[in-house]
Design a protein around this ligand. Structure first.
Ligand code: DO4
Ligand code: MG
Length: 273
């Protein structure tokens, strides 16, 4: 079951029909049984399907956190970008360490939804999108759904010094989420594909894909690390890391269109402002 946040409130979609969910996003996340809550809404008459301009990011008061270096590709790309500044071994070590890398990514205010613009930092020269399966966690740290996330990153800033990570990762328009939350407490299949396409002037500038088989860490385990001695009364989002990093010659440009698709969830599309 898919939940969309729109300027008409929450809508649940089933078989192409949309129904109003009579609760706010925070209440849904805090609910003991979000799936039953959404299912009840299916009993009401369908409403006019939302048009593209009505969709909002599926977020209320949740903080967005992110896991890093959870795919071999991310480890290698980051070791390369920081090799001249001595940061490389950090990435190698965290890839195989018991404790994962977790970092704060965004407040709701910095998150954009489907169709809205993501941003490149004004002082960055080398920027990429990071297509990531993103977990929606309830206040007990349990996975209640999945969405698509784009962890926009300034590679030159992070590469200069790993201590610059918060600046490389957290800025206005640095995170996109959507288009919906697929409510489910079941693990996703390892064959689930994550695909990204970047279009520049209508032509492909980069295409890449991975699957959850390449994700080194178990999503439930990542969630349990996030909730270790840390409470989230409104739940939280946790991005699970990128398995796709373009070659080093590639940097995003203003006007690029970023399309990220994950099997079973949909496609998140954002233009670079
Ligand atoms: O280690 C820095 C960030 C890693 C990250 O964002 C990722 O692997 O997706
Ligand atoms: Mg990332």
């Amino acid at each position: 079951m898919k939940i969309y946040n729109t300027n008409r409130g929450l809508l649940v979609e089933q078989q192409g029909r949309f129904h109003t969910v009579n609760t706010g996003f925070d209440d849904l996340v805090r609910s003991n049984d979000p799936q039953s809550l959404a299912e009840e809404s299916l009993r009401s008459a369908p409403v006019v399907p939302p048009n593209a301009s009505e969709f909002l990011a599926p977020i209320g008061s949740q903080e967005v956190w992110a896991a890093g270096v959870t795919y071999f590709r991310s480890r290698s790309a980051r070791m390369e970008e920081s090799k001249d500044t001595g940061g490389g071994s950090f990435y190698d070590r965290v890839y195989s360490a018991v404790r994962p890398e977790l970092f704060f990514k965004a407040t709701a205010r910095r998150v954009v939804g489907p169709g809205a613009n993501v941003r490149i930092r004004c002082d960055a020269r080398w920027s990429v999108p990071e297509p990531e399966l993103t977990l929606l966690l309830n206040p007990d740290g349990e996975i209640i759904g999945y969405t698509i996330g784009n962890d926009m990153s300034s590679r030159d800033i992070e590469g200069e010094n790993p201590l610059y990570l918060p600046q490389a990762k957290v800025y206005n328009g640095s995170c996109a989420l959507g288009p919906c939350v697929m409510l489910s407490d079941e693990p996703l299949s390892k064959t689930t594909a994550i695909q990204i396409q970047i279009l520049r002037d209508g032509r492909s500038a980069f295409d890449g894909s991975t699957t959850l088989a390449e994700l080194k860490r178990d999503p439930k385990e990542l969630a349990s690390w996030l909730f270790r001695d840390n409470s989230f009364p409104d739940g939280a989002y946790l991005m699970t890391g990128t398995g796709v990093v373009p070659d080093d010659e590639f940097t995003l440009a203003h006007g690029d269109l970023i399309r990220i698709s994950i099997d079973g969830i949909g496609t998140l599309e954002n233009r670079v402002a």
